[in-house]
Design a protein around this ligand. Structure first.
Ligand code: ADP
Ligand code: FBP
Ligand code: MG
Length: 320
């Protein structure tokens, strides 16, 4: 093996750059060459590929986004696109790949392995929705961004005795909402994985206000309903002077936290070790603070476990 290709795919996540740097840095340390593939699988098919030099990695661990750019490219689900990608790998003499992305990207990665190009997946998504890893790269930064935003909203909610419904991302998973909500002492956290009732939430706000708790924040996971719709439905149970906010793509950007940088660095170097050992079709994760790898097929058969007990904990310890 002489050349390793690296691409980032799907929604970008803070810490992807740290992962790219670790893969390329470790490859160079092992006497290999690293090639960057721009725009995920779209760039692979188009041959948007370049050699990564050591100087290209200067100052990237600090930066959010992805220096390799990213794309959603559904055409890669078809064999025609995959074969075009394989042609480009041959043209550039790339022997193996590291794909940094979410569950969708892992499907593309597995297709490449099946075509004879060992590919390792690293979990790069803010959603934390990948099985066999306790955390994904970008999740910690996104949650911390939300916490900063929610702390600010808390201030204005307090000044005006208002209720705020704040929608956060996560696609179908409630992790981002649960971690953000517990961190700010939310009045309620609404996620797809836990049953909830609008009436109970309204009663809790009424109780809180009657007992001197002036700022009531409801953290709402994407996929349940929009923040404004939630506000309208909530207002059927009383006048809470409620406002709806959506943090949206702000939570995808920004400098990664130390946790995301360190995790991405560990995972990136480990991916190169797996490729050097002749392995492919594996997804890297961290479980109980240990690097692990699992067959991608096993991942597709299983479901990410959301820590739903965080919702109960939040209810138990919040204002009474
Ligand atoms: N079944 C599939 N086969 C091959 N490639 C796929 C498949 N599903 C997704 N991909 C590729 O992975 C990309 C990213 O997937 P997406 O679900 O958008 O994001 P993420 O990887 O972050 O979950 C897609 O745009 C496509 O290029
Ligand atoms: O950036 P887009 O295309 O609007 O997509 C938004 C989606 O991407 C995410 O930010 C990240 O999802 P992926 O990592 O699976 O790409 C989700 O939380 C959100 O549902
Ligand atoms: Mg995903």
């Amino acid at each position: 093996m002489k050349r390793i290709g690296i691409l980032t795919s799907g929604g970008d996540a803070p810490g992807m750059n740290a992962a790219v740097r670790a893969v390329a840095g470790k490859a160079m340390a092992e006497g290999l060459e690293a090639y960057g593939i721009n725009y995920g699988f779209a760039g692979l098919v188009a041959g948007d590929i370049h050699k990564i030099e050591a100087a290209d990695l200067d100052g990237v661990i600090q930066r959010g986004g992805t220096l390799l750019y990213s794309a959603r490219y559904p055409e890669f689900a078809h064999e025609e696109g995959q074969l075009k990608g394989i042609e480009q790998l041959k043209r550039f003499g790339i022997d193996a790949l590291v794909v940094i992305g979410g569950d969708g990207s892992y499907h593309g990665a597995l297709r490449l392995t099946e075509h004879g190009y060992n590919t390792i997946g690293l979990p790069g998504t803010i959603d934390n929705d990948i099985p066999y890893t306790d955390f994904t790269i970008g999740f910690d930064t996104a949650v911390n961004t939300n916490v900063q935003a929610l702390d600010r909203i808390y201030d204005t909610a307090h000044s005006h005795d208002r209720t705020f419904v704040v929608e956060v991302m996560g696609r179908g998973a409630g992790d981002v909402a649960l971690w953000s909500g517990v961190s700010i002492g939310a009045t309620a956290i609404v996620v797809p994985e836990v049953d909830w009732s609008m009436e109970e939430i309204a009663n809790k706000i009424k109780h809180n206000r009657a007992n001197g708790h002036r700022s009531n924040l409801i953290v709402l996971a994407e996929g349940v309903m929009g923040a404004q719709e939630f506000v309208e439905k909530l207002s059927e149970y009383g006048d809470f002077d409620a406002r709806g906010n959506t943090i949206a793509h702000m939570q995808r950007g920004g400098n990664p936290t130390a946790k995301d940088r360190v995790m991405a660095s560990k995972m990136g170097a480990y991916a190169v070790e797996l490729l050097l050992a002749g392995k492919g079709g594996l997804a890297v994760g961290i479980q109980n603070n240990q690097l692990v790898n699992h067959n991608m097929l096993d991942l597709f058969d299983s479901k990410h476990e959301v820590e739903v007990s965080l919702d109960k904990l939040n209810d138990e310890i919040s204002f009474k």
